[in-house]
Design a protein around this ligand. Structure first.
Ligand code: CU
Length: 124
């Protein structure tokens, strides 16, 4: 059974490689593996923030174009700093519910290079 013995040797060799790889991935601070874990942690923090609504103030309403200009605070889900910008609105009735100067809470996404308000409510 030379073949069988040879197979076992090869399998043992592969196991050693796997064990070494696992050891490297669980390395301490300063290793590339821990840097990867840090990046993963940041990504999961960002997706948690996606559930939060951004705050904004209505600056301009363009009903014919279905657009809303908002001065908004940080939008963590879009990795966007505070600024004033134009959003498309997914639900045009939003434009009937707000007036210039209103403080709002909203959710936005990015679709084909354009930013859209997908949910909006007046700030309490
Ligand atoms: Cu913006």
């Amino acid at each position: 059974m030379k073949t069988h013995t040879r197979f076992q040797a090869a399998a043992g060799f592969v196991l050693v490689i796997f064990a070494q790889a696992a050891w490297a991935q669980s390395g301490g601070p300063g290793t590339p593996a821990s840097a990867g874990q840090a990046a993963h942690h940041t990504a999961s923090a960002a997706s948690t923030a996606a559930a939060e609504m951004a705050s904004g103030e209505v600056r301009r309403i363009d009903k014919s174009a279905g657009k809303l200009t908002l001065r908004h605070g940080e939008i963590k889900s879009l990795d966007m700093p505070p600024m004033t910008m134009v959003f498309q609105v997914v639900d045009a009735t939003v434009l009937d519910r707000v007036k210039v100067g209103d403080k709002v809470r909203f959710r936005a996404d990015q679709q084909g290079g354009a930013y859209r308000v997908i949910e909006l409510q007046l700030a309490p």
